[in-house]
Design a binder for this molecule. Sequence first.
Ligand code: BG6
Length: 463
Amino acid sequence: MSGRRGAPVRISAEGGPGLPILRERKAEPATIVIFGSTGDLARRKLGPALRSLHRQKLLPKGTRVLAFSRRATDLRLFPRGAGAIRGTFDDAEGYAELGRRLKNRNRVFYLAVPPSETPAVVRRLADAKLLDPSGAWARVVVEKPFGRDLDSARELNRTLLDAMDERQIFRIDHYLGKETVQNILVFRFGNAIFEPVWNRHHIERVEIEAAEAIGIEGRGGFYEQTGVVRDMVQNHLLQVLSLVAMEPPVSFAADDVRDEKVQVLRSLRPVEPDDVVLGQYRGYRSEPGVSRRSKTPTFAAMRFQIDNWRWQGVPFVVRTGKCLARRVTEVAVHFRSIPLCLFGRGEICDRIDPNVLRIRIQPDEGIALRFACKTPGEDLAAGSVLMDFRYAEAFDRKPTDAYERLLLDVLRGDATLFARNDDVERAWEVLAPAIGAGIPVHPYARGGRGPAAAAAMLKGGAL
Ligand code: BG6
């Protein structure tokens, strides 16, 4: 008896424009001031996102972009009509000029600056009275990493909250703007059939992986200060974990969703050093801006436990790294094996693989469910097949870019897809043991699967 494993079965998708689930608030016109307009983020993400929104006529009429930077900004990066202010971030004159240009307009201050500069810019904005315009609103977008650890995150939150109200702060985590990450909510709470099995009785483990084929791409200075735990786990991956594990929210309003996400983080047990494997790709120390003796990790694997009724005893494994074999970000939900195999012994039973639901965040966005199937023939033969839904086949438009979506949300004043002060602080608390000294950093080959110690830890545990 035999069976083919993993052969895909395509499902026909009824993809259409979709019905709006929520009535989105209307985006309002504003001046978007970009601090750090000559930096990497502005060049790679913000400029293209703003140009694309402009091209699609999605920016509300009257929206303007103003670049604020020490060096001259290449204004071709931004939509036509963008202006510029030259100034250092601690030069009062620059802020006075900004005030003259903004008058009583709505304003978004996008801080695309190194994290160490954020507090100074916020204080200057507050001193120049730019954060409470009369008859208009002011919002501030802060980029990750939000601090370096719990203490610095608390200090940053204090600085921000001294200068403005939490409702004005948009802590951006671009993973939350990805269509496939938002779809975790729709998939879980828009379908009746998954929620009853979404718990410890049916799920054996959950794996969240964000593997990158690229290295640090010339960002040595930034990365040396950051490392993979601060760059990917503290924000992107714990946010995804929260969406997978959260309870149904009371509504889709920003704070109802964020309240449930933070509950997951509060139930997350601080990670034990034995449940963490760190690695560094070979050649990292020769990258520009990197110390020859650097111990900065570029790979992390961690096993988390969530102490609540739904998830007690179900490991959540998170893996991420640079210079790995291929780029793939996905959530794999592994269901328990069948309780009893009725098909005889040995080989056939071995062929009944447990069900796995894979939520492919990128690339090849989609969702696949593996299940057992009788393979055609006179004998009773079984194998695994995949029911595979692909965004690219089901819909005739590409997923919206995460930065475009999030920039529009800032103009709408909708903070659902942004991090809140309490979840940021709790995420640092949970990760404290993984960012302290003392965890060895294993070298690994470029283009491989990461350090062998990671595979060994995952096998040695409950997996
Ligand atoms: C950024 C990190 O936040 O996310 C980068 O700073 C990383 O190091 C990037 O490469 C990954 O984002 P994406 O959207 O390509 O998965």
